[in-house]
Design a protein around this ligand. Structure first.
Ligand code: NIG
Ligand code: FE
Length: 393
């Protein structure tokens, strides 16, 4: 993760949706003399960033909880009192598809204006057959209408809904509903590439997570896990055992979890914006994971409860300043490794011939400025599949 292969005085030839060639400016000028030219004016370009973990379809923001936490309340404590994910679920269930689409569209625009050209989006605030399908249909419509690439994930296993939690036997009934009703419907409508579960003490146990994800895998979905976010519980080890594409969060990962992830192809997706926003002292052990040889990605976790930021370069800043990653590592974590975290390592996340022409242009002269000007909007323009990304600031 040390070598980002920075090149100067190069031109990139784009043919349709793909990168055709990368080379010395004069060579590209000669070989593609009829091409339309875009002058980047001596500024930095990178692969379009990949935000490989978001919950971007939601209704009401939850700024009330931020103040409660500042006054000492814990994340799980707020959830147990009906706030947290439950409050977003109540809200989303009351909204129609058009309303949610309009809100999500604006939020995706915000994500795109910070340089991401590929965004994974999870369901998970519906937690009923109809409301999960409604959310995934919104994501499908975003896929059709957006100029950036959207990767859909079914997260029916985000929480046990309150109506099931409160009655005996409810947990297993909900898991039954996930597997017997939600999953087949998601597959029949081809609404998701990935399945994900929030595996955490107080939410889904390790065994429940395994049951749900084994069913999803048997139905052809690739897997992700919200693993070891707040308390260690073996989530990373389970992700490896199931052959998951990524294990996400990992702020409370165990040493065994680090070893197993490092020996696997499962991407360790770190979401340090979440720990920052929740005011929790412990970040994921990025240095240990990288030293052990794990594939490390960084993402926003954009969601109304724990990380309401659409700004992936800000997450790179936290990666460098708090997780002690190098700038090169933070860039690879949001491009090459982000692409691996959504199963697209062969076609996305690199400026190389044959890769998707996904490019971000920055108002920066040095790559180190991207995490340096923290919180700033430095992305000047971007292209996805060779087409300019339309963003309204
Ligand atoms: O990734 N951890 C679970 N899900 C989200 C938070 C969801 C919420 O609080 O609304 C996360 O942090
Ligand atoms: Fe998340």
């Amino acid at each position: 993760m040390q070598d980002v292969a920075i090149r100067t005085d190069v031109a990139i030839a784009i043919d349709g949706p793909l990168i055709a060639a990368v080379g010395a400016f004069n060579d590209i000028e000669r070989d593609f003399e009829d091409a339309e030219r875009v002058d980047c004016g001596g500024r930095i370009i990178t692969p379009g960033l990949v935000d490989s973990h978001t919950h971007a379809v939601f209704g009401r923001p939850r700024y009330d909880e931020q103040e409660l936490r500042a006054a000492g309340a814990g994340y799980m404590e707020i959830a147990e009192k009906g706030g947290g994910i439950h409050s977003s679920v109540r809200d989303l269930r009351e909204r129609g598809e058009e309303d949610l689409l309009q809100l999500a569209r604006e939020r995706i625009q915000r994500i795109a204006c910070y340089g991401a050209t590929t965004v994974e989006i999870k369901s998970g605030y519906g937690l009923s057959l109809d409301d999960e399908l409604k959310t995934l249909r919104v994501i499908a419509r975003l896929q059709d209408e957006c100029s950036i690439r959207i990767v859909p994930t079914w997260l029916g296993g985000h929480e046990i809904p309150r109506e099931y939690r409160e009655r005996s036997g409810g947990r297993s009934e909900y898991i039954e509903q996930l597997i017997q009703e939600q999953l087949p419907a998601v597959i029949a409508e081809r609404l998701a590439t990935f399945a994900d579960v929030f595996c955490e003490p107080g939410v889904f146990t390790l065994d429940e997570t395994r049951t749900i994800l084994e069913a999803a895998r048997a139905s052809g979905l690739k897997l992700k896990i919200h693993a070891d976010e707040l308390e260690p519980c073996g989530g990373a080890e389970l992700a490896v055992a199931l052959g998951a594409t990524s294990a996400d969060h990992l702020a409370a990962i165990s040493s065994a979890g680090i070893r197993e992830l490092a020996a696997s192809n499962t991407v360790a997706t770190l979401l340090p914006g979440t720990m920052f926003f929740l005011g929790r002292p412990r970040h994921a052990p990025a240095r240990e994971l990288i030293a052990a040889g794990a594939i490390v990605a960084l993402a926003t976790d954009f969601n109304p409860g724990t990380s309401p930021t659409p700004n992936l370069p800000l997450i790179m800043t936290i990666g460098v300043s708090q997780l002690h990653m190098s700038v090169a590592e933070s860039l690879l974590a949001t491009t090459v490794n982000g692409a691996a975290a959504v199963g697209l390592a062969d076609s996305v996340g690199q400026i190389a011939p044959g890769f998707s022409a996904d490019i971000a242009l920055w108002n920066c002269e040095d790559i180190r400025e991207i995490p340096y000007w923290y919180g700033d909007a430095r992305c000047a323009a971007s292209w996805c599949r060779g087409e300019p990304v339309k963003v309204a600031l």
